[in-house]
Design a protein around this ligand. Structure first.
Ligand SMILES: *Cc1c(COP(=O)(O)O)cnc(C)c1O
Length: 414
């Protein structure tokens, strides 16, 4: 935690104290929120760069303001690196985050009121895939597919049947809380059969896709959207990849339809992250994320917890707490008291309310970035088991918190 100029501490000690405390929190807790990670020092340096001062509405070579020599170069680097990393025809790196990226796709490819089909939120889909409280559910005729009740997995023959019935113009695949591999080829066949466009939202698994640890949707989907900050480990931001035929519509949707000036500091940092992701080290990281999730799943199952689908293929594990007779919110609160940070999450066919659902979701992106391997996952599973068993025993939770903080000392954060 070095502060070369000590300027923040001098200028604004209150905010500086928050920043320092958050640094310490991220170092001394086991962060298992599946959408979070640790960006590298290089990514954070680019994020904090003076590109944050620049207005650059438009695209490289076609900007509305002067002074774009270096914004053009850095945005071209980001676009080219994104295309190379994922093998895509075209990349738009300007979306402010994952949700605005999806909004741009709707705007580019649909008319208001068109029929869309996406995974339901309670099954692990994202708000922007047509859920009612979201713009996507309000302005489009949104329908949903869920999971098979027995397998708790995507059921492609059922998805096909729903698609045939509702005749969507666009199908969204991708999820926020699905622990298994997504068969993008099967989705593409379904989309083909009903004449729908296919959008794959890889916000969660982008790092696995980039690192070769999950099949890529690029050969199968018309458009691929993502965040840059989850398993991909870049700055907060959004990314749209598409086939050449959609490039113009996508670019015009992002700017000028939906956004003004891009956050060029985030674009520069995304360029850094795409470069980092195009290395053998990152391939190892992506493979280790998956191995760690499998080891964590095994460890949790051994402590007697029930896992949705029985395990995982990717970076995340969904735990069903019903047998423990503890709600997701109380479980997450108890774990936090033990310095283990997770989020409560609905499980398939949950009978409890979304704000206090029956499960917790755990992901291994951040802990893998810290250098933790399978043996560490075993230890984490044991900590979790102990904390859940002591959920109403503050003394035991406090003792566990000390043990967890000591354990974390061996794994410095970037
Ligand atoms: C996280 C996520 C998003 C949204 O990203 P934000 O950056 O939070 O807006 C979109 N789609 C999926 C599947 C996600 O998991």
């Amino acid at each position: 935690m070095t502060h070369p100029e000590h300027s923040l501490h001098r200028v604004d000690p209150e905010v500086a104290a928050c920043v320092d405390a958050e640094d310490r929190r991220q170092a001394s807790t086991i962060r298992l929120i599946a959408s979070e990670n640790y960006a590298s020092a290089a990514v954070r340096e680019a994020t904090a760069s003076r590109f944050t001062n620049k207005y650059s509405e438009g695209y490289p070579g076609r900007r509305y303001y002067q002074g774009q020599e270096f914004t053009d170069t850095v945005e071209n680097l980001a676009r080219d690196r994104a295309c190379q990393l994922f093998g895509a025809d075209h990349a738009n790196v300007q979306p402010y985050s994952g949700s605005p990226a999806n909004l741009a796709v709707y705007y580019a490819l649909l008319e208001l009121g068109d029929t869309v089909l996406g995974m339901g939120l309670p099954s692990g889909g994202h708000l922007t895939h047509g859920w009612g409280v979201n713009f996507s559910g309000r302005f489009y005729d949104a329908h949903h597919y869920g999971l098979n009740r027995e397998t708790e997995r995507l059921d492609y023959s059922e998805i096909r049947a729903i698609a045939k019935e509702v005749q969507p113009k666009l199908i969204f695949c991708g999820a926020s809380a699905y622990p298994r591999t997504i068969d993008f080829e099967a989705f593409a066949e379904i989309a083909d059969e009903v004449g729908a466009l296919l959008v794959a939202d890889i916000a969660h698994i982008a790092g696995l896709v980039a690192g070769g640890a999950h099949p890529s949707p690029i050969p199968h989907a018309d458009v691929v959207t993502s965040t840059t900050h989850k398993t991909l480990r870049g700055p907060r931001g959004g990314l749209i990849l598409c086939r050449e035929e959609h490039a113009r519509a996508i670019d015009r949707a992002v700017f000028p339809a939906l956004q003004g000036g891009p956050h060029m500091n985030a674009v520069a940092a995304a360029a850094v992250a795409f470069n980092e992701a195009n290395t053998l080290e990152f391939k190892d990281y992506a493979a280790q994320v998956v191995k760690n999730a499998a080891a964590l799943a095994t460890g949790l199952a051994q402590t007697g917890l029930r896992l949705v689908t029985g395990g995982t293929d990717n970076h995340l594990v969904l735990v069903d707490l019903t047998p423990l007779q503890i709600g997701g919110r109380d479980a997450a609160t108890a774990l936090e008291a033990a310095n283990i940070v997770v989020n409560s999450n609905s499980i398939p066919f949950d009978t409890r309310k979304p704000f206090d659902p029956s499960g917790v979701r755990l992901g291994t992106g951040a802990v893998t970035t810290r250098g933790m391997k399978e043996d560490a996952m075993k230890q984490i599973a044991a900590f979790i088991g102990d904390a859940l068993n002591a959920a109403d025993d503050p003394t035991t939770l406090a003792r566990l918190a000390d043990d967890v903080a000591a354990f974390c000392d061996d794994y410095p954060i970037p």
